[in-house]
Design a protein around this ligand. Structure first.
Ligand SMILES: Cc1ncc(COP(=O)(O)O)c(C=O)c1O
Length: 393
């Protein structure tokens, strides 16, 4: 009999089980909502990125259904061959106008937007100066570019400046940060990094995945939030989180976007969105522009819930966004906390190494505009009970 050449994978999985880090995928039984059913259990859902509740917004649903009826279920090709539909271009025009940039390009996901952009605009003679907690898609894009990667300590713009100062000025240098860090909910020091980029002539790039639909006027992101229009060369956003559907985009100059049309590998080598996705995203921009009360409610809920966790004595780090981590340290403890919260009717995902540092395991909470106060209070009560019984507070 043939020996299994993949046996080492089972060994690795067994080791995760021994460490209490093995995760079974939870299954969402119905729609992605603030109160949902996972694994046939009704829970207050603090684990989605559905910040504004747009996954089930009637306008998005109708737009997607309409597009499916009139345009079919798939685009049938990559963008550069036969897969560019008018609706894809309409979405890109709307995004550019929304972000106040010359142009925008839509990718299949935020991940491919980051990885495809970083890997194509830089090459092996260039430098990437990157926050140590930047998203995996930035790290992968940086590796694919073959540029030299220099990492600065989290949110330390002075350290970033010191690195940039020592780099050859005749080389391309990309300074890159997340707008909102996905595991900690804190903001990148964008104004200070823009100063460094201006001083040394770097390309400035921000990944606004968790800021899209959340920060800035009508959810335009951190560049708008900090009023840095014209100073960030490459703005990545996602359509998969607050926008409620799927996709990522890059907003910037016309030359940047046309270059990405020609060189970004996910754009060139992977099929474009089904029309329903593009239509839902267009409807989402309408909602962002016409229903600002959703963002207001998101922030009211954020203040309420974050304040409640802090009052209970949890370590919630330095979050400034609707993402609030409850940091407990050890991976196994974070998973136990998450499991016991689930049993108590609250879904807050446990997150351990390698997603976060080994000693910074946590349960991550994300509130949305559509949580009711009763649901949030229910969740706080569950955190209090389980947190005390496990000695976390
Ligand atoms: C900071 C950050 N950037 C990019 C992404 C990728 O976005 P998407 O889910 O649209 O691929 C994520 C999502 O996990 C993220 O948290």
């Amino acid at each position: 009999m043939r020996a299994d050449p993949l046996r080492y994978l089972s060994v690795e999985l067994d080791s995760l089980k021994t460490q209490g880090l093995y995760r079974r995928l939870r299954v969402l039984d119905g729609e992605q909502k603030a109160h949902a059913s996972f694994d046939h259990t009704s829970v207050v859902n603090l684990s989605s990125n559905n910040y504004l509740g747009l996954t089930t917004h009637p306008k998005l649903r109708e737009a997607a259904l309409d597009a499916t009826r009139t345009l079919g279920v798939g685009s049938g090709s990559v963008r550069t061959i036969a897969g560019t539909m008018e609706i894809h271009l309409e979405l890109e025009r709307r995004l550019a106008t929304f972000k106040h940039t010359e142009a925008a390009v839509v990718f299949q996901s935020g991940f491919t937007a980051n990885a495809g952009t970083v890997s194509s605009i830089l090459g092996k003679d260039d430098f990437i100066v990157s926050d140590e907690l930047n998203h995996a898609s930035i790290i992968d894009g940086a590796r694919l570019s073959r540029a030299t990667i220099k990492v600065f300590p989290h949110r330390d713009a002075k350290a970033a400046r010191n690195i940039v100062e020592g780099l050859p000025p005749d080389r391309r240098r990309l300074l890159i940060t997340d707008g909102v860090f996905s595991m900690d909910g804190d903001l990148g020091p964008l104004p200070e990094l823009c100063d460094v980029a201006d001083e040394f002539g770097c390309i400035m790039m921000v990944d606004d995945a968790h800021a899209s639909g959340v920060f800035g006027r009508n959810g335009r992101g951190t560049v708008d939030h900090f009023n840095l229009h014209g100073r960030v060369d490459v703005q990545v956003g996602t359509l998969s989180k607050a926008v409620g559907a799927l996709g990522g985009y890059v907003a910037g100059s016309r030359a940047l976007i046309e270059f990405l049309y020609h060189r970004a590998r996910p754009f060139l080598f992977s099929t474009s969105h089904p029309p329903a996705v593009a239509a839902a995203c267009l409807a989402a921009i309408d909602v962002l522009e016409t229903e600002p009360q959703l963002i207001q409610r998101l922030w009211d809920n954020t203040r309420f819930f974050k304040g409640g966790l802090a009052e209970l004595g949890f370590n919630t780090g330095a979050s400034e966004s609707p993402i609030t981590p409850v940091i407990v340290g050890e991976g196994a403890l974070a998973m136990t906390l998450s499991d016991q919260l689930f049993a108590a009717g609250v879904f807050a995902q446990g997150i351990g190494f390698p997603t976060v540092a080994r000693d910074k395991a946590r349960v991550r909470t994300i509130v949305t505009a559509t949580h009711t106060r009763e649901e949030l209070q229910f969740a706080l009560d569950a955190f209090a009970k389980v947190g005390r019984s496990l000695g976390v507070i």
